[in-house]
Design a protein around this ligand. Structure first.
Ligand SMILES: Cc1cc2nc3c(=O)[nH]c(=O)nc-3n(C[C@H](O)[C@H](O)[C@H](O)COP(=O)(O)O)c2cc1C
Length: 207
């Protein structure tokens, strides 16, 4: 069982990075494998709507996203984090999410009939982490929603949407002890969710 953590901020050791790593600490404390990715280390172009993925469910754009697709496929769960940039996710996170369009499959004649590849290979789990500087959740805008709605459409069940307010300067989230503890607890919850699924799978096999 593996959890993939993906940070979509441009600041290494920034607030999103710190908070997301806390979630992964919680995951690791339950002895579940995790892998950490800082998305800005990867060249990820936006989806161009070419429909080159239509019949193969594989994106034809040759950039660093090709390294991430196999990791996403083998992960049972992901933790995706973004700071708020003008009421929404960063451009990096949006490019990343848009490039998952290859996993959304539509009926050839009726596009209101669709499903995600994960629905076919097995539902996955996700935690989102959103961070903004204002202390009013409204000023976070769509940051959390953009991630959660997209991941839901892609066949991820959302375990928690972490929303951290009031964090502007790099690392200032470290002052929010309760929020850091909350993030670690959510990591534990995610790990326990994966264990529960595994136990059910094993029991069902024996029946
Ligand atoms: C381009 C830009 C736009 C931002 N827009 C918002 C915003 O709409 N609302 C808000 O509360 N904070 C906004 N912020 C503040 C960041 O969300 C905040 O500093 C956050 O802690 C950065 O996270 P990081 O350290 O993970 O990069 C913005 C920052 C930048 C650079």
């Amino acid at each position: 069982m593996k959890v993939l953590g993906l940070v979509g901020s441009y600041r290494k050791n920034g607030n999103t990075d710190i908070l997301l790593k806390k979630v992964l600490d919680g995951v690791k404390s339950e002895h579940i494998d995790s892998r950490y990715i800082f998305l800005d280390d990867y060249d990820i172009k936006d989806c161009i709507g070419c429909e080159g993925c239509k019949n193969t469910y594989k994106c034809v754009i040759n950039d660093d996203m090709q390294q991430l697709y196999p990791l996403l496929m083998e992960a049972d769960a992901i933790v995706l984090g973004s700071p708020t940039y003008f009421y929404n996710v960063t451009g990096k996170v949006k490019n990343f999410l848009n490039r998952l369009y290859c996993y959304e499959i539509f009926d050839e004649h009726d596009r209101s009939i669709w499903m995600s590849l994960n629905e076919v290979v097995g539902v996955k789990y996700a935690v989102t982490v959103a961070v903004c500087e204002q202390d009013n959740e409204e000023d976070m805008g769509f940051t959390s929603l953009t991630m959660s709605k997209t991941l839901e459409a892609l066949g991820y069940r959302i375990i928690a949407n972490i929303k951290a307010l009031n964090a502007f300067s790099k690392g200032s989230i470290l002052q929010q002890k309760q929020q850091l503890e909350n993030a670690a607890q959510i990591g534990v919850k995610l790990a326990k969710t994966l264990k529960l699924r595994n136990n059910i799978k094993n029991t069902y096999k024996m029946l």
